[in-house]
Design a protein around this ligand. Sequence first.
Ligand code: SAH
Length: 237
Amino acid sequence: MNVPSLDPIGIVHSPFREKFGIPRQSRLVEGVEATLELLPPYNRPEAVAGLETFSHLWLIFLFHAHLDAPWRPTVRPPRLGGNRRVGVFASRAPYRPNPLGLSAVTLSAVETNENGVRLQLGGVDLLDGTPVVDIKPYLPYADSIPEATGGFASTTPGTHAKVVFSNEALSELARLYPGKEKAIADLLIQLLALDPRPSYQEKHPQQRIFGMRFMDFDCRWVVEGDTTRVLSIVSCT
Ligand code: SAH
């Protein structure tokens, strides 16, 4: 069969600078903002005319950060504790025969000018630099199915009850982003409440320091019972 090759139409600029720590689905943390910059020759205002009237979009994108990893017929979704297998096509795992992802995101603004087209997005689960191959408006009448069943992921994932910051971490955030430290801390609280640790970690808890690169800093934390404690914020610039 002759299949046309895919040409990225845009590139995502997001605060997630590594895969670890990204929510496992879109819209779990609505406040995570990103920009989708359209690439030539697709960055023409006509190509997005009317898009601003939609509140949400589907993005079809490439899992570009592991294009070289092999796919397997079964995967172990984190929602099943990481120790039960389902078929790759019964999962949203990133390792697939064709590395295409699908995310429903919030559209907050469409900006067009002589430099091109930028879409402002919310609730993304996308790594910085993710190539997007298509954009489609989310159509509530067709895409929302209230009676749908969700298999092994039928409910929203639970969150960790408590995320606390050390004073040092908070004051470093304030030094790096004066006036914005509360908003950024609030985002980190929501991200860490989703508990990005690999699922086997919960079964074998040990005092381990986890870290993720977000915006322009490294955030390090530990999990003690049901409390996540942010130990440090270290600037990477
Ligand atoms: N909503 C999408 C993605 C689900 S998998 C879908 O259902 O297809 C989400 C995970 O993909 C994130 O936790 C992150 O670790 C990973 N991810 C996000 N962008 C990626 C990229 N560009 N390359 C590889 N992995 C990525």
